[in-house]
Design a protein around this ligand. Sequence first.
Ligand SMILES: C[S@@+](CC[C@H](N)C(=O)[O-])C[C@H]1O[C@@H](n2cnc3c(N)ncnc32)[C@H](O)[C@@H]1O
Length: 488
Amino acid sequence: VHDSFRSRRRLRAFKRWMKSQGFVYSDALEFVDSIDSGISVRALCDLKEGDLVATIPKSSCLTIRTSGISSVIEDAGLGGFLGLAMALMYERSLGAASPWEGYLQLLPERECVPLVWSLEEVDTLLVGTELHKIIIEDKKFLYEDWKEYIEPLIQSRPLEIDPNSFGIEQYFSAKSLIASRSFQIDGYHGSGMVPLADLFNHKTGAENVHFTLTSSSSDSDDDIDTDIFYAFDDEKPSVKNFTNTSVGDPIGTLEMVVVKEVEAGGEVFNTYGSMGNAALLHRYGFTELENPYNIVNIDLYLVLSWFSSSYSNRYVRTRLGLWRKLNYSGCSSQNSEYFEVSSDGEPQMELLILLYIFLSENIYQKLDSVVDSLIEANEDDKMIKLLELIKTDCEHKLEDFREVLLTDNVCQALISLADVRESLYGLTSLQEDISRLLNCCELMESKLYHSLVLRVGERKILAKLRAYARNHFRAVKRRRVRKSARRC
Ligand SMILES: C[S@@+](CC[C@H](N)C(=O)[O-])C[C@H]1O[C@@H](n2cnc3c(N)ncnc32)[C@H](O)[C@@H]1O
């Protein structure tokens, strides 16, 4: 009873604050505050495509420009998320004296993203997953940023701010809220906290609302017809570039428009982008069962270590060198190079080419003798040349390239690499993980639940990779049997 009273009170305070700031929103939106799962937005009546459901003044968004500490942030040269974290910590430190008090009192202390889990939790729950190394590095980098930029600032006496509100813990909390709730607003404001817009939950591929920017001139010609995505990545703070005249417009409004109808009583969802569970857990602290954007990666390092166990260093170096000379590479992020395996178990082409070069001495020798002529070649020309060199009995078209690469040896290598990648998850089997997930409560054990959804999703993709390799292995055999039968 006490909790529901408290949640009604904080929602009322937020609505009063929105009114004082000039927010306009439809009566059809209901904000529901659940003790278990936080705030969500529901439709009180049917919402139709094109309905304008909210207008948010940019001036009421909390950004490095609008915060009371903006001049300090600017003087210290703290841009992007570091500056926004400083702004958020500052406004929170003011309590009731902050102009954003009505909004800030609605936010959780922190979002339960892995960044704020203990190192022990990260090590036990995320081991083997795509997130394990990333979170350990995030924690390290964030600590270094705080030490280098925030600590000296709070120690400088003229600021007279309470150092306890800007400690490492507060910084991590602010960062978790920024990761999960900030939006790229425009060129003037950069990323910021956008009250009301950040109350909508995410549903992959099934969002009901989009946000658009409008210029302060309120001239319809100036409207920016683009979605505002959640800003989530320090390196790439904006997913889309705004090209309109109001890029530097400090005022203006943000509008929320229905893009897919909602029936009365239904939840109104936004989209945080098309992301697999690793990205969702990383930035927002939750996962989705059966997420079609899941992927699993196989590190180049892991591939090379596996080859090194059977071949000499020189052998590995020369094959890798040839692959690189042909201008091939894996995906890269945070000092690692890796190959993606898509949600249906299909490995990245570059991995297949690398395996082929490693496993076919004949092709390696032939390619090595012509590599200089291929350095400048485009992808198609390189594939055509490779097909020529492979010189299989039948005429192969470009579309067959992937099939041609999937020889017995390459398929077997894929199965072994899937096993090596799988061993990173530790001793529990996929079946054990699935039954642990079935017995786990999402609300009571949210860290365990979401890490299990991530683990199970990734391991299912590895199982699909094995099935993919086995199916091709069998297909190659069937083709061979047919061919020899024809010869007879
Ligand atoms: C922008 S906020 C959305 C509003 C939020 N529910 C609240 O209580 O204020 C983003 C956070 O909401 C939660 N969330 C959003 N979509 C979700 C979903 N589909 N499943 C579980 N949690 C979700 C996550 O905790 C996420 O970090």
